[in-house]
Structure formats: structure tokens, C-alpha cells
Ligand binder design. Structure first.
Ligand code: NDP
Length: 474
């Protein structure tokens, strides 16, 4: 079994201990990474701190060229990185609606190039006889990036590239469930970046906490659960670290009356079940009008029974296993609770016997807000379909949740759908789509789904501090 390197200051570090990484399709380890110690966190932060002055002083064009070279390294190593992602996350190589490791790599490459090209020039607020006032964007220093297990490499790229583009240096801590592709990418990146600019520490949540609480870290960018996000925020208070938090979602979708059922159901199924529902902005609660409730449920059930579930390395597979046993247990508990509280399990409903962390794609009818499966984020292949009788009620039910990441409205009446969508309490609303993000449009949560945004100019600015320069002319 291969051990992938943990890179600090351009060098692979042997910590004397390793962590096994499990392939969730088999429930067995397939690779290992070094288990970081607290002194490794100190060394990584010190290396990033030492590399910061030269990296900050590197001209924009030179930094941009190096970031494009990182995009090139991702592209040149795509088959290897896709294979590692499928083995560590369980997600198929292609997958339902082409959402798989191929898309994770394709997204990582696209985000790298688009973010590298983002401008960051000063803004002129005033330039007259009295004074010239410029707003400059300066890097913050050392950025700690803490990433989850659902899209490990793509989310690492979402954190690292804007941080580096703005002139910061980075210490990355991947989830202990999925550190392999990230560790391999950081190793590849050393051929492009000066030592210390991008470092990685591999270990469990205690290593994440040590990094997030480190006195010499200036900003934390974190994607993961709301619970962990709150802990990180507490730790950040001591030195007033800057934060971007992209946390859980429990995204609602509302289907307005008069939908084309087969067409809409196929799209709804894709946006709820791709990556087995393990995406922050998957559709997680579906509100359907009385008049089409049974028809949409029936169509979703047909799709749930037809979708091919298996090992992600099999090219026929559309949905893989859950990424880890704890998440499999969460989904099983929510399914059992739904059945015990009036939910009708229309398809699936249980884990598969045999090896791996597989759960049958599950559609649940008959629940509403107040049931755990509706109120809590399931992060798995189980969708509650909730009946409503008027649109005002649907909007109120959709907004009745502490999360506010995304939301969607489905209708051929685009004006009406947009008017309903704007009343949803969420950071992004989609009309006839859900969860589609792109590198030039800001994305982030309101309420307890997070703080700040990622992507585009707005996301890039989160890795900077403003310096206002006022030059008097007389
Ligand atoms: P967490 O959110 O707890 O973990 C995400 C990252 O944070 C991991 O790298 C983790 O390390 C690290 N971490 C854990 N504890 C701390 C800490 N105290 N300080 C700093 N870093 C820490 O993931 P879970 O596995 O607990 O996720 C469970 C739930 O999170 C899911 O059910 C889902 O609801 C939500 N989730 C949301 C995601 C999103 O995209 N917004 C992605 C993944 C999960 P380690 O894994 O090594 O402990």
C-alpha cells in the first residue's frame, strides 16, 4: 500500500506514523498518508510565514503564470488524480449526469485558470484637484485551508488558488478520510511554486484544530459542517482571524404547478442524487404542489430504482457508496426516523448488505417540516418529497430552516419562478436548475450556512485586506 507524501517547505516529511485511507466501495484501506504531529503544524505555518514576503512581492503576472502552470499540472495528471479521487471518495469516474471524478478534475482545472486570470488592480475612488484616493487589495499573510471529504480536490483548489492569486501563502489540511489526491496535488505543485508557498498537513480533526487556532495564521477558509465551522470561529476569535466559512445546506426546491413531470423529475433526481447527495448545494427538500405530487413521486421512484449503484471504478456506475461509515449511519438513522414518524418509503430505505458503505437511493413521501429528515441535512441518497397546497405555504416551509445555502424554483413561467425565488432565504437561487456553480459567480450561504462568499472577484477579495491610500494634491 502506497504512502502519499505530506509536503512542508517543499519537502516530504516523515512523521514516523501513518494514517490509513479507506476505499468506501470496499470498506478497506488502499493508501496511507503521514499522521501529522503538532510540531508539523508549527513547521508548516512557519514555512508559509517565511515564504510570504517573497511571494507577496512577486509581480501579479508571475504569480498568474505559476497558477496557470498548476492548472497544467492538474491536466497532465488527470487520470491518476481521477483514480485516486474515486478510490478515496467512492464517487464514480463519470457518474450520474457526468458528476464524478472527471468533473471534479475538470472543475479544478477550470477554477484554477479562471481564478488565475482575475484582476486585482486598485480602485480609484476620487481623483481631482484636492486628492487622489485609491483602494488597494493586499494579501493577508498565512491562510489555513481546511477541506471536507465530499469534493476534496476541487474544494482545495477553490481555497488555494484565490489565496495564492492574492499573494498569500497556504497551509492546507484535508479531511482525514480523503487526503490522498490533495497530498499528491501538493507534491506536484512543488515543481511550480517556491518552497513554503503551499504546504499540507495530513491528520485528524485535532490537527485541523491546531492549525485553525494557530497564532500565526491570518485567515481560515473552511468548508464542512456547521458544527465544526462554529468551533473554528470560536478559535479564530483570539487573534481575530479572517474567516470564510462554507457550511452545511438544507436546500429546498419548489416545483410550481403545471410542470412537465417527466422532464422536471429527471432534472430534480440528478440535482438531489448526484455524488449520492453528498454535496453542500444538493437539493435536499423538495416541495411539490398537490396537483402533481403523486406524479412527481412516481417518476422519482422510477429513476431511483433504475439508477446504477456500484463501485465507482466500474464505468457503468452512476452512484457510488457513501464516503464513510459515519455518514452511512446518519442516512440510516434518518430513514428509520422517517418511517417511524409517518413517512412512506417509496423506494430503497436501507443500507445494502455486503462490503462497502452503500445505501439504496430512497424517496420518502408523507413528511413535512418538523420531521428530522426534512429539518436536518441528510447528506446522502434520500430525498423527502413534501406536499404543499399554495405557493405562500411552500415559500414559508422552504424558509423555515436555520440553513440558507441554495434554493430552487421549477416552472416554465420564468418570471413567476424568479419572483418566488427571490423570496427564498439563501445565498444562491436557481430557476430550473440547482447547485450549478461557476468560477466567476459568487457562491456562499446566509443564515447558518456560512460567512462570506467564494469565486469570482467577490470571492478573491475575501483573501485580501483593503488599504486606502489618500494622496493630497495641495
Ligand atoms: P467536518 O465538517 O467536521 O470536517 C471538515 C474538515 O474539518 C475536515 O478536514 C476535518 O478534519 C476538519 N475538522 C474537524 N474538526 C475540526 C476542528 N475542531 N478544527 C478545525 N478543523 C476541524 O466534517 P464531518 O465529517 O464531521 O461532516 C459531517 C457533516 O458535515 C456532513 O453530514 C455534512 O452535513 C457536512 N458536510 C458539509 C460539507 C460541505 O460541503 N459544506 C462537506 C462535508 C460535510 P478530519 O476529517 O480530519 O476530522
Amino acid at each position: 500500500m502506497k504512502t502519499y507524501p505530506m509536503t512542508i517547505n517543499g519537502k516530504a516529511i516523515d512523521t514516523g506514523r501513518t494514517l490509513d485511507v479507506i476505499n468506501p466501495a470496499l470498506g478497506r484501506p488502499f493508501a496511507a498518508v503521514p499522521a501529522a504531529r503538532p510540531q508539523d503544524v508549527d513547521a508548516a505555518v512557519a514555512a508559509a510565514r517565511a515564504a510570504f514576503p517573497a511571494w507577496r512581492a512577486t509581480p501579479h503576472a508571475a504569480r498568474q503564470a505559476m497558477l496557470h502552470a498548476l492548472g497544467g499540472a492538474l491536466e497532465a495528471n488527470m487520470p491518476e488524480l481521477m483514480d485516486l479521487i474515486t478510490r478515496e471518495t467512492g464517487k464514480p469516474l463519470q457518474g450520474l449526469n457526468n458528476v464524478g471524478s472527471g468533473m471534479e478534475l475538470g472543475g479544478a482545472i477550470a477554477w484554477t485558470h479562471v481564478t488565475a486570470d482575475l484582476p486585482l488592480e486598485p480602485e480609484v475612488i476620487q481623483d481631482n484637484d484636492q486628492a487622489r484616493i485609491e483602494v488597494h487589495r493586499k494579501p493577508l499573510g498565512v491562510v489555513a485551508s481546511i477541506t471536507p471529504w465530499n469534493w476534496p480536490l476541487m474544494i482545495a483548489i477553490w481555497h488555494i488558488i484565490p489565496a495564492l492569486r492574492a499573494g498569500n501563502t497556504v497551509v492546507l489540511k484535508p479531511s482525514e478520510y480523503t487526503p490522498v489526491a490533495t497530498a499528491r496535488f501538493v507534491e506536484l505543485a512543488q515543481a511550480v511554486l517556491p518552497p513554503g508557498v503551499l504546504n499540507v498537513v495530513t491528520g485528524g480533526g485535532d490537527i485541523g484544530a491546531a492549525l485553525a487556532g494557530h497564532a500565526d495564521v491570518n485567515k481560515i477558509v473552511f468548508t464542512g459542517s456547521t458544527r465544526t465551522g462554529k468551533r473554528i470561529m470560536e478559535g479564530a476569535a483570539a487573534s481575530l482571524k479572517r474567516l470564510t466559512l462554507e457550511l452545511g445546506g438544507n436546500d429546498a426546491g419548489i416545483v410550481l404547478p403545471g410542470a412537465d413531470v417527466p422532464a422536471v423529475a429527471a432534472r430534480l433526481f440528478g440535482v438531489a442524487f448526484h455524488n449520492n447527495g453528498q454535496t453542500c448545494a444538493c437539493l435536499k427538500r423538495l416541495y411539490v404542489h398537490d396537483s402533481q405530487y403523486e406524479a412527481i413521486c412516481n417518476e422519482l421512484v422510477r429513476l431511483a430504482r433504475a439508477v446504477r449503484v456500484g463501485d465507482g471504478l466500474d464505468p457503468q456506475t452512476e452512484l457510488g457508496p457513501l464516503q464513510n461509515r459515519a455518514q452511512l449511519d446518519v442516512v440510516g438513522t434518518l430513514a428509520a426516523d422517517a418511517a417511524a414518524h409517518g413517512g412512506r418509503i417509496l423506494s430503497g430505505g436501507k443500507a445494502r448488505a455486503g462490503q462497502g458503505y452503500f445505501f439504496e437511493p430512497t424517496i420518502v413521501a408523507g413528511l413535512s417540516n418538523g420531521a428530522r429528515l426534512v429539518d436536518e441535512e441528510q447528506f446522502g441518497p434520500i430525498l423527502p418529497v413534501i406536499r404543499y397546497s399554495d405557493v405562500e405555504q411552500a415559500i414559508a416551509l422552504a424558509n423555515d430552516n436555520p440553513n440558507g445555502l441554495g434554493g430552487s424554483v421549477w416552472s416554465s413561467d420564468l418570471q413567476l419562478a424568479a419572483a418566488v425565488g427571490k423570496r427564498l432565504e439563501c445565498g444562491t437561487v436557481w430557476i430550473n436548475e440547482h447547485g450549478a456553480v461557476q468560477p466567476d459567480a459568487p457562491f456562499g450561504g446566509v443564515k447558518q450556512s456560512g460567512i462570506g462568499v467564494e469565486f469570482g472577484r467577490h470571492g478573491l477579495e475575501e483573501f485580501t485586506a483593503i488599504q486606502t491610500v489618500k494622496i493630497m494634491k495641495h
